[in-house]
Design a protein around this ligand. Structure first.
Ligand code: SF4
Ligand code: SF4
Ligand code: SF4
Ligand code: FES
Length: 880
């Protein structure tokens, strides 16, 4: 520690901190303007000047001066006040004095500073600034005449968002914000709004709806993706005014601007029951009676195995836990799964094979009365963790990685916080980035090596990386203690390095360079996404990456970890809470010795149920044990499962279907009973983010006719003779947390497994190298995500991001489009062997020739009309 005094007060501080940071930690006020805790200091405004001894005679900026042993710092003196006042006059010289109509009034740092520094008047004059406000830009209004050129927005956008959409233009007094003479590359995340100290950047959703002092604030987790961002929800008169992040300012557009979807006129507010073939409005009592009656009839006729449940990655941990409890303890079956089966569950199964399933021994507890949403287990000296959870990375540590491989993921749309983490990591001088993707992504601009492989060739790329490593280092031993290395080496002999490269469509030299980066890294991170996992052999892709991590990973070093994308708000939670046919809460196996203790006398059966994809096969084959009734906890299966026509036909075979959802999705339209659910700020509960952080939702709004999932499950289960009586979600959390030592130490904002000492070891598992894609059509179509949307949730009016991305378009390389005589905006017909759709054309020079991209979010074009068993499909494209 460093000993210094600030204003005569003796203080101990961590070395490497600045005077401003230490002063703030100790409650000592130093005014500042260009500084923000989320950004690297640049020391440009000089408002934060302090006197430092020993040091130069002139005052130093506290935000850019580091603490040192024996330093004496003075933060307040006549001289400092005079300097700060003069500087403030220069800032104010040309500042539009329109506080009464400026939306920042009441929370403006310039107002506060002017007051705090006692600037009586501005006795200087200058040429008036002339830049007119920009009212037209989407979601963010710009008033450059209010800008104080602090550069916070420029640094945030460039260094953390990674968009580089704004920059300073001109110099000196005439400096103003612009796009830096580049085409505007804005992601419409609005992060620059929350970091701006003044009213130069205005949230158009908030403007003139409330003053800052009128709002009540509720902190909560964002429901739009697995990023787990927390923010403040600002409400006035029971209505949401805005989403705000005053801490890091970072949120993506759907998180910041997507909330109006909660007020969508398309929301279901009344239960629906099918009567004479038509869905008709019903009361809750009628609908629950109809649901219970229909399910009971099936259960009585065909037994408990006739009902299959599909949990939801949008529903809370508490709802999903109760859902699986109903099936296991109530019906005595494991007939349940969740839509993560199509991607994240594949990663879990691969990681389980390589690193083992997670287990925690000798946790401290359970203690009787933990705080709400907190595990009753603590961590003691002999607590020991094992299994794959301990190679999964936390968001907090990602910036400490010194190398990263991003494979098969367009990080920004898939999980923006992982992109922000990589951006923070790349601010370090020694950071190296390998980006491997069939199409160009934002991160290519910072890549040391970019590998543009053929769609679906991920496993060959990974095998090529391992081959290059082993070739360069014949005596290589895996970085993590592992068995099966000889077998893996043997399996890699199938092709030479050159053959791996050629088959994957990349250069040998690039594979070698990327392999060398990973081998030399002290803390390599590997990030991969749903585009890679949603393939037919997504589990094989994950196996390959897990093997690679055994070779190069340093799991004891912060930042060195695997980062699979769990795409929706609770994709990780729905799996970890046991909505899987072969795992109990905490991912315990069905035959775990701990399992008999679950729920007293209602012991879970040990025979796994079929998974979601196997259930569809059973329905297709008309097998005797195919389910006769389905209970879907949300999730539009027609939208998300490949081969929509098949799914539609198979759902038609089910005798009775109950769907809980917030919207009348295409799948809900096929249901016999539809039960409308609370979303977002209408309900309480918890999520587990993709990187393991526990986030808590709060019911800040009335539910307005709908019910939270957990209440519906309790009522329907009770009507089916399985009493589930709970007072609130916190009580449900407390119940499952007592059964899951894996959650030792978990609390709001804390990360699963964090702090538990773990021994990581594994077994290399060889993987399939066949990457053939059926069919001969000329284009490979990738179906994936776009930045402004989260599933179909954000496609409902009046979601804010619809103004940026109102519809789906098929993206084509401009040369391909020209050959097809298609221009941007033309209608194209996309034809596969399984169906066809029409979509507008967009041109994307980052797409290689022969590859097309179609977003998955919208009802039309229904992308899954085209697919068979993967998000990749061969298609023909022609003018519509
Ligand atoms: S909205 Fe986001 S991407 Fe656009 S300028 Fe602001 S910070 Fe940059
Ligand atoms: S727009 Fe705001 S954040 Fe950006 S430089 Fe101007 S005052 Fe600073
Ligand atoms: S990144 Fe995800 S969690 Fe964060 S604001 Fe965006 S949608 Fe919400
Ligand atoms: S806040 Fe320190 S120089 Fe601007």
């Amino acid at each position: 520690m460093v000993n210094l005094t600030i204003d005569g007060r003796a203080i101990q501080a961590e070395p490497g901190k600045t005077i401003l940071e230490v002063a703030r930690e100790n409650g000592i006020y130093i005014p500042y303007l260009c500084y923000h805790p989320a950004l690297k200091p640049i020391g440009s405004c000089r408002i934060c000047v302090v006197e430092v001894k020993p040091g130069p005679p002139r005052p130093l900026p506290a935000c850019a001066t580091y603490v040192a042993e024996g330093q004496e710092v003075v933060t307040n003196s006549e001289r400092l006040t005079a300097i700060r006042q003069e500087l403030m006059k220069l800032v104010l010289i040309n500042h539009a004095l329109e506080c009464p109509i400026c939306d920042k009034g009441g929370e403006c740092e310039l107002q506060d500073l002017t007051h705090a520094l006692g600037v009586p008047e501005v006795d200087l004059t200058a040429v008036p600034a002339t830049s007119p406000p920009d009212y037209e830009s989407l979601l963010v209004e710009r008033h450059t005449d209010r800008c104080v050129t602090c550069g916070r927005c420029v640094r945030l956008c460039r260094d953390h968002v990674g968009a580089m959409a704004i920059n300073f233009m001109q110099r000196g007094y005439f400096t103003e914000l612009g796009s830096g003479l580049l085409p505007l590359d804005c992601e419409f995340c609005g992060s620059c709004i929350d970091i701006c100290p003044v009213g130069a950047l205005i949230n158009k959703q908030f403007k003139y709806r409330a003053r800052a002092w009128e709002v009540t604030k509720t902190e909560m987790v964002c429901p739009f993706c697995g990023g787990g961002c927390t923010y403040e929800l600002h409400l006035k008169d029971g209505e949401i005014m805005r989403v705000y992040n005053g801490e890091t300012a970072l949120l993506c557009g759907r998180g910041r601007f997507g909330w109006p979807v909660i007020n969508s006129p398309e929301r279901l507010r009344t239960p629906l029951v099918r009567v004479n073939g038509e869905l008709q409005e019903a009361t809750w009592e009628e609908a629950l009676a109809a649901a219970a009656g229909g399910l009971k009839a099936v259960l009585e006729e065909a037994g408990p195995g006739a009902l299959y449940g599909v949990g939801s990655p949008r529903a809370t941990n508490e709802a999903n836990y109760l859902f699986q409890k109903f099936f296991r303890a109530g019906l005595g079956t494991n007939n349940l799964d969740n839509p993560g089966r199509l991607h994240y569950a594949k990663a879990l199964s691969a990681l389980g094979q390589v690193f083992g399933w997670p287990e925690v021994k000798e946790a401290d507890g359970p203690h009787p009365k933990p705080p709400v949403y907190t595990s009753p287990f603590g961590i003691k000296d002999d607590t020991k963790g094992s299994g794959f959870t301990f190679v999964l990375g936390s968001l907090e540590e990602l910036p400490q990685a010194d190398a990263a491989l991003i494979l098969g993921a367009d990080l920004t749309p898939e999980l923006p916080p992982l992109g922000w983490g990589v951006n923070a990591a790349r601010l370090k001088d020694d950071f190296k980035l390998v980006v491997a993707n069939p199409r160009g992504t934002k991160f290519d601009r910072w890549a040391t090596v970019s590998l543009r492989y053929k769609p679906g060739a991920e496993r060959l790329v990974v095998a090529g990386l391992m081959k290059a490593l082993i070739t360069a280092h014949p005596d290589l031993t895996p970085a993590i203690s592992a068995q099966g290395f000889d077998e893996l080496k043997e399996s890699l002999k199938k092709f030479s390095l050159k053959e791996y490269a050629t088959r994957a469509g990349v250069e040998v030299a690039d594979l070698e360079a990327a392999a060398a980066i990973l081998a030399q890294a002290k803390a390599p991170a590997i990030l991969f996404g749903t585009e890679l996992l949603s393939q037919d052999k997504g589990d094989m892709n994950a196996l390959a990456l897990a093997d690679l991590f055994l070779l190069v990973g340093k799991p004891g070093t912060p930042g060195s970890a695997l980062y699979p994308v769990a795409e929706k708000a609770n994709t990780r939670g729905v799996c970890e809470l046991g909505v899987l046919p072969d795992r109990l809460p905490g991912l315990l196996p069905l035959d775990s010795p701990a399992a008999p203790a679950f729920w007293g006398e209602h012991k879970p059966v040990q025979t796994p149920g079929p998974n979601l994809l196997e259930v569809l096969d059973k329905l297709e084959q008309d097998e005797a044990d195919a389910p006769k009734a389905l209970w879907l906890l949300g999730g539009d299966l027609l939208r998300w499962l490949p081969n929509r026509s098949r799914t539609e036909k198979l759902l038609g075979k089910v005798k009775f279907m109950v769907v809980q959802d917030a919207f009348l999705t295409d799948t809900a339209k096929l249901a016999d009973v539809v039960l409308p659910v609370a979303i977002h700020a209408e309900q309480e509960g918890s999520f587990i983010s993709s990187t393991g952080q526990l986030g808590v939702l709060k019911a800040a709004l009335p539910a307005n006719g709908v019910l939270p999932d957990w209440q519906i499950i309790c009522r329907l289960a009770s009507a089916l003779g399985v009493p589930l009586n709970y007072r609130n979600p916190a009580q449900i959390f407390a119940e499952f947390a007592r059964q899951v030592p894996l959650y030792a130490g978990l609390a709001p904002q804390k990360v699963v497994g964090k702090g538990i000492p773990a021994e990581v070891k594994g077994t290399f598992v060889p993987f399939d190298l066949d990457i053939s894609l059926p069919g001969r059509r000329p284009f490979t179509l990738i179906i994936g995500k776009v930045l402004q949307h989260s599933g179909s949730y954000t496609t409902h009016e009046p979601c804010g991001t619809l103004v940026v991305s109102p519809e789906a378009a098929v993206s084509l390389n401009p040369e391909d489009a020209a050959q097809l005589e298609l221009k941007a905006g033309d209608k194209a017909r996309i034809i596969s062997s399984h169906g066809e759709v029409e979509a507008k054309v967009a041109l994307d020079p980052l797409l290689p020739a022969g590859v097309a991209f179609l977003p998955e979010h919208f009802a039309q074009p229904a992308a899954q009309m085209l697919t068979l068993n993967s998000n990749l499909v061969r298609v023909s494209i022609q003018k519509a």
